[in-house]
Structures are given as C-alpha cells and as structure tokens.
Design a protein around this ligand. Sequence first.
Ligand code: GRF
Length: 229
Amino acid sequence: MSPFVGMPNEASQTALAPVIGVLVSGRGSNLDALFRAVDRGELRARIGLVISSRADVPALGIAQARGVPVRVIAPKSYSSRAGAGAAIVEALRAAGVELVVLAGYKPILDACVVQAYPYRIVNVHPSLLPAFAGGMAPRPQADALAAGVKLSGCTVHFVTEQVDEGPIIAQAAVPVLDDDTVETLSDRILAEEHRLLPLAVALVLSGRTRIEGRRVFIAPECEPAATGR
Ligand code: GRF
C-alpha cells in the first residue's frame, strides 16, 4: 500500500483552495498578475470564474488561455443595474466563489452584489484613496498629475455600497516625476498594482484582516506563544 494514501496531492489541494471570482472590463493585466501569484504559490486560491462587463476584451483571452470559465455580463444588456447585479450574483454562487476581486472592472456594482458578498469583494484603484476617488483609469492618474501631487500610487480596499470608500486593506506609493505623462505615471502605478493586489487578496483569504469602521487591522502571521511570565 502506498505510504501516501490519504495525503492530499497537489491536485486535491488546488481543489480545496478557496475559489476567487474576478470581474474585469478590459486589458486584464491585474487578472494576469493574480494568475501569476497563484502559479508562484503566493496566492493559495483557485480562480474559478472570470466575469467581464464587455465582450472581446483581452482579459477574457487571458482567462480562457488558463482554462478558466468566463461569462460576459454586460450591464447594457439588462434593463436595470439590479438585473445585471442579480446575474452576477447567480454566476458567482454557481461557481462556488468565496471572494470577489474587481480587477479593472468599470461598471458600478449593484448593491445586491455587495450585499451578497459583504466584505468579500475587493477592488484595486489607481490612486492613494481617498484622493482621486470616483473616476475610472486613467482619470485618477490624470487628476493626480493636474493636482501637482508629488506622490501617487494604488489602493486595494473592500467594496461597500459607497464607491471607492470601503475600508483600505493596503496601499503602495510611487513618486510623481517632473517629466511624467499620464501614461508613464499610470505604468509606474500599474507595476505596484500587480504586486499589491495579489498580496492583499492573500491577506484577506488568510483571515488575518479585521475591520473596525473604516480601518483594517492586519494580525501578524504568527502570534508569539505566551510565556506565562
Ligand atoms: C488599473 O489601473 C486599475 O487600477 C483600474 O483600471 C486599470 C485596469 O487595468 N481600475 P487592467 O485591466 O488590470 O490591465
């Protein structure tokens, strides 16, 4: 008899990993960063479904190349935002999704999605929130340049019903250089998004995040053992 009977192999470990659903609208570079973090073993999860708000976007090709099921749920095909929201919730639940990641997802999510996944939806935004909230890329980057700030960056936050106002999980700052254009600043921020988003998703899945009001506290990886003294 094999000495390994009863021990989980790699495939069954993947099957047991928490399932993530990723919502996208375009290029998909953050989706790709999530896949790569899973590949490296830094994000112990399985991307089980990718939903796009638009057909024919590169993000769908990235998911399909990975053999991950995709759905196109275009808000404009529904008579209301709530209708599209209900379709999203149904698809996420059918795929067994536990945590939802908005990775360059453009439409405003209907409240029914937020209510179905309370504090189980995270978003990446290309500014240091609460600065330059509300706009879609590249507006936050353009607004940062126009405002003359010397630092910008990205934020990963929990999604609540108030757009870009949910509790902040992690932020990364980048300098704004004198010769920056919207494109060069966006590229510098994007590199940080690719690093920060998988890290924040892994943190949330680890159960080490605790939310108090608008603040997120992160417990250390290992609590030191009490000495009794
Ligand atoms: C990113 O800058 C993200 O922060 C913003 O939209 C952009 C999407 O890029 N919400 P990608 O589709 O992940 O490449």
